[in-house]
Design a protein around this ligand. Structure first.
Ligand SMILES: [Zn+2]
Ligand SMILES: [Zn+2]
Length: 262
């Protein structure tokens, strides 16, 4: 079983009070962030759940969806980031929110886990036909003589359509912050390069958006990696990591804006 890794996993945790999620805010011209602090405890609880139950089903039983098995994280797809956000509601009760990055085994929605930053029906109605067209062009491309004029033309067309599809999908995302403002990915993004694929799909943005929409005040956030180490080796099984630089940092400044210090 894969769990032999689990018992030996090492955990690297930043010093108390150091931000685990942060980003530069264009309107305040400063960095906003949240520490890991007590979220680490709940992150470890989640790790324990994975070790015990081998499923991300938070109420595991004999009827658990087999697609939620953690075996998935040790196969071709490799591991994934998981995040835990500790919040306070309006009556000062502690609430724990959980998220996985991107999709889990093809699923965007899993009970007990935070939803994506877009309406799933809207997303699918854009993505499904778009991907179909791009795939069809790929098939045409294979039938052409490589480097012929036709081959070049199809390749350019496919590239163009992929870019357009990505822009259409990015436009569907809605990011809410703690001033109760809402922005698209384009409006929230503080980076100078193009928006990378997968921006907004990490745990941090999912958790913070849900908190902002539901009047919850975030206190601490921790993210850890679970499963087969990623190909580059930058993510290791069972380790805690701060929010990513490429995708999260450029939107977290906006998303954390308006959050009162505890
Ligand atoms: Zn990220
Ligand atoms: Zn700000």
């Amino acid at each position: 079983m894969h769990m032999q890794h689990a018992s030996k996993h090492t955990t690297i945790i930043p010093k108390k009070g150091i931000y685990s999620v942060s980003g530069y805010c264009l309107s305040c011209r400063t960095i906003h962030g949240l520490p890991m602090d007590e979220a680490i405890h709940y992150g470890r609880e989640l790790i324990h759940h994975f070790q015990q139950n081998k499923t991300i089903d938070l109420q595991p039983g004999s009827d658990s969806d087999p697609r939620l098995s953690t075996e998935y994280l040790f196969g071709k797809a490799r591991g994934k980031m998981f995040g835990v956000l500790v919040c306070k509601d309006l009556s000062n009760n502690t609430k724990i929110l959980r998220a996985f990055s991107g999709q889990y085994n093809g699923l965007w929605m899993v009970e007990g886990w935070m939803p994506p930053l877009f309406d799933l029906d809207t997303f699918n109605s854009t993505n499904v036909p778009g991907e179909k067209t791009i795939k069809a062009l790929g098939t045409q491309l294979e039938a052409c003589t490589p480097k012929s004029d036709e081959w070049r033309a199809i390749r350019i067309q496919r590239k163009q359509l992929s870019r357009e599809l990505m822009q259409k999908l990015h436009a569907i995302y809605r990011l809410k912050n703690f001033h109760n403002n809402e922005a698209s990915l384009f409006e929230a993004y503080s980076g100078t390069n193009g928006i990378p694929t997968g921006t907004g799909d990490c745990c941090g943005p999912k958790l913070l958006n849900y908190a902002a929409v539901n009047n919850l005040t975030p206190i601490a956030l921790a993210e850890f990696y679970w499963g087969l180490d990623n190909k580059s080796g930058s993510k290791k099984h069972g380790r805690f990591y701060p929010s990513c630089r490429e995708k999260c940092e450029p939107i977290l400044g906006y998303m954390l804006c308006g959050l009162k210090r505890q």
